[in-house]
Design a protein around this ligand. Structure first.
Ligand code: ADP
Ligand code: MG
Length: 355
């Protein structure tokens, strides 16, 4: 068990709705439990209501209806200043004319600490994010990743019950993104912080989260661990949004107990029914879960074959769909035009409702 920071608190949303003006429903009746000491990510396409949800936790937006609790206490109508929550923005919002130490001390000045204690706490904060000794620099004398860590330190020293991140990596170049997301995750785990993290990037969400809340059109599409969402997506939207998936039309021909038999063209396959009845369904298969060149399966023709160094990528034509497959074998690649049989891996393919 990782430790939980003494101030880390759970967050609950109970039927929370946010309407801007008279008719922009940004968040539509969402209910959600965020455990203390966990990193929970709100993931979804632009405009689905992630930032609004985060700002309602901070008290920067007020819910139109419903209830928000932090640490079991109803904060629904409390202003931001009366909530014990800190937010790290994508723009860092550091003061350019202040030193790193002054930036980190800034919020503490309002908390009524003596000067010496403020300085000690700020230095401790810099140490937590690995920037000990950088206190006298100006933000412009730091890299983008270091500036982001200063912003994290500034939020951390306030010892919030919940720490909020809104797309914290979007101003960093691709190389730094991986490093900074690992830094944030490490600090969160070492300190046992409650973190709510917003991103539209599924890979980032899979990498940093204990739990992911997938949002679509102001609602929650699915909540689960990265593995749950990847292996057991609830619907086509989640299957397609989290990782790549081939969505193949199939027929459930029979259901026995928990297992369904499906037909894909002439090919028959058995897999968990997931509560679906006999009739039309969708089979979601990750590109790595196809057995290209297997003994049993359905016929396919290689349309494209691309060598990308660590693996081969194939586009295959079948009687029911065009499918995308990834294979580790780069030494004996298939040739364009080749006729092959494609099977389904025993683990991975999942049934979803049709349509
Ligand atoms: P996300 O962070 O997922 O991109 P937002 O929460 O920012 O989504 O926005 C959700 C919806 O609410 C969008 O349709 C957006 O245009 C709208 N919206 C956000 N903020 C405001 C605002 N201050 N006034 C009116 N509409 C807003
Ligand atoms: Mg946003």
């Amino acid at each position: 068990m990782t430790q939980i920071h003494s101030k880390a608190a759970p967050v609950s949303f109970r039927n929370v709705t946010k309407i801007y003006g008279t008719d922009v429903v940004a968040v539509d009746d969402i209910s959600l439990e965020i455990e203390a000491g966990k990193l929970v990510t709100l993931l979804g396409p632009s405009g689905c209501g992630k930032t609004t949800t985060l700002r309602m936790i901070a008290g920067l937006e007020m819910a139109t209806s419903g209830q928000i609790l932090i640490g079991g206490k109803d904060v629904t109508t409390l202003p931001a200043t009366d909530r014990d929550v800190s937010m790290v923005f994508q723009s860092y919002a550091l003061f350019p004319h202040m030193t790193v130490l002054e930036n980190v001390s800034y919020g503490l000045g309002f908390s009524g600490f003596a000067k010496a204690e403020t300085k000690d706490r700020a230095n401790a904060g810099l140490k937590l994010v690995g920037l000990e000794g950088f206190g006298n620099r100006l933000p412009s004398e730091l890299s983008g990743g270091q500036q982001q860590r200063v912003a994290v330190a500034r939020a951390l020293v306030l010892e919030p019950q919940v720490l909020l991140f809104d797309e914290p990596l979007s101003n960093l170049d691709a190389k730094l993104r991986r490093q900074v997301r690992e830094d944030i995750r490490e600090i969160q785990q070492n300190l046992g912080l409650s973190v709510v993290y917003v991103t539209h990037d599924q890979e980032e969400a899979l990498a940093v989260s204990d739990e992911i809340v997938v949002m679509r059109n102001a609602s929650i599409a699915q909540i689960g661990s990265p593995r749950d969402l990847y292996d057991e997506p609830a619907d086509r939207f989640v299957a397609d949004f989290i990782g790549e998936a081939n969505l193949l039309p199939c027929k459930i021909t029979s259901v026995e107990g928990d297992m369904a038999e499906i037909s894909l063209g002439d090919y028959r396959h058995k897999l968990p029914a997931r509560g679906l009845p006999v009739g039309d369904a969708t089979l979601a298969v990750r590109p790595t879960r196809l057995l290209v060149g297997s003994e049993s399966g359905f016929p396919a023709k290689v349309m494209k074959a691309t060598y990308v160094g660590s693996r081969m990528e194939y586009t295959l034509e079948t009687e029911f769909a065009s499918i995308f497959a990834i294979q580790d074998d780069v030494d004996t690649p298939l040739e364009i035009g080749q006729e092959i049989t494609v099977g389904l891996a025993p683990i991975g393919p999942v049934l979803l409702p049709s349509g």
